[in-house]
Design a protein around this ligand. Structure first.
Ligand code: SF4
Length: 358
């Protein structure tokens, strides 16, 4: 740990001294992994606990979405997706299993790759699994605009794009969720702006800080949270101002608003959250596979002991799930939080949590 980091940790210790147990939620999965990788958890004072939130897009995608994607492979579509969706369990199986059974599942690194894929396969229908938050949604919107401009008619989106602020509002209205401050996702704030989170301070009086992803940036944001708690002066600080503006990326917001409208959507583990997702506007309905060729799925109503819902709301840590490290491990995951590289259970497994044993 560098001397600058040591000074920041000492500042956190001083500010936290004598306080009750403080639960600070890092909202996004990238922060969760960065915190583990840098060893920040181990150097914080005992009364400062970091809990993970619902900011891993793969983890909050419902199993019936996976079921639909699998059904489209059975109907002969090419399904294009980011790699971490492959092993996410649906209600019956996963895209990896569908691929093993002969389904045409392609890994892409950007939704824009799908424009090329659709052109190279003019007789096929290509579906991109548009899963993500405000960070990736503008690129999906730009892909739809590019396809429309180029007259491409065989590219579609299966949309499960979600918005972070409504999920935080939902968490704060849940009385079982105990959070003393939010470390806010820097890359979401790049798009929507730090001001989009002002309601956390204004309405809910929750200390909040937008943070970057390097160890020093995370520690600076944690100092901001502790200072707010210490002084009682609650606000949303922008501690990632090298890239985050108060108003965000206005050009990206315009592209998003051109293609999408806000909709009520369901989150895995949390259920329906009002105005927490994106739906393509009617003028782009020709690119929305669920409106062009909807599929019927028969959802298996299986009961598992997976506790992803509680993990994603910060109610429990992964090691409190009875399956953690036993029946559920990255190579044979039961829930999505163990599959995604940004999943909190996968991070606890890989980095050893708080030096736990099992
Ligand atoms: S350890 Fe596995 S089963 Fe338990 S909550 Fe995490 S993903 Fe679900």
């Amino acid at each position: 740990m560098r001397s600058g980091h040591v000074a920041l940790v000492k500042r956190i210790e001083t500010l936290a001294k004598g306080k009750k147990k403080l639960r600070l939620m890092e909202v996004c999965g990238t922060h969760t992994v960065a915190i583990f990788r840098s060893g920040i958890r181990q150097v914080l004072p005992e009364n400062v606990e970091l809990v993970s939130g619902p900011g891993c897009p793969v983890c909050v995608t419902n199993d019936d979405y996976i079921d639909k994607a699998i059904e489209y492979t059975r109907e002969g579509f090419i399904v294009a997706t980011f790699g971490d969706m492959l092993k996410v369990p649906g209600s019956r199986s996963s895209l990896a299993e569908a691929q093993a059974e002969g389904g045409d599942v392609r890994i892409v690194y950007s939704p824009l790759d799908c424009v090329r894929l659709a052109k190279e396969n003019p007789r096929a229908k290509v579906i991109f699994l548009a899963v993500g938050f405000e960070t990736t949604a503008p690129t999906a919107a730009a892909t739809v605009l590019a396809a429309k401009a180029q007259g491409i008619r065989n590219l579609f989106m299966l949309s499960a794009q979600k918005l972070v602020p409504p999920a935080l509002r939902f968490l704060l209205k849940d009385t079982s969720v105990k959070v003393d401050g939010f470390l806010l996702p820097g890359h979401v704030a790049v798009v929507i702006g730090a001001d989009a989170f002002k309601f956390l301070a204004d309405e809910f009086k929750i200390p909040s800080a937008v943070g970057g992803f390097e160890a020093e940036e995370i520690l600076i944001a944690l100092v901001s949270l502790l200072k707010q708690i210490d002084s009682g002066r609650v606000e949303v600080t922008n501690d990632y101002c090298s890239v985050v503006k108060a108003e965000g990326n206005v050009a990206a917001q315009k592209i998003l608003a051109q293609v999408y409208e806000v909709a009520d959507v369901s989150w895995r583990g949390m259920g329906m959250i009002p105005a927490s997702g994106l739906r393509m506007r009617d003028e782009f309905a020709a690119f929305d596979i669920e409106r062009v060729e909807p599929v019927a799925i028969e959802r298996a109503d299986k009961k598992t002991a997976c506790h992803c819902g509680e993990v994603l709301r910060g109610l429990i840590n992964p090691i409190e799930c009875p399956l953690f490290g036993k029946a559920c491990q990255p190579l044979h995951a039961i829930g999505p939080c163990m599959v995604s590289v940004e999943g909190v259970c996968a991070a606890w497994f890989k980095y050893g949590g708080n030096n736990f044993t099992w």
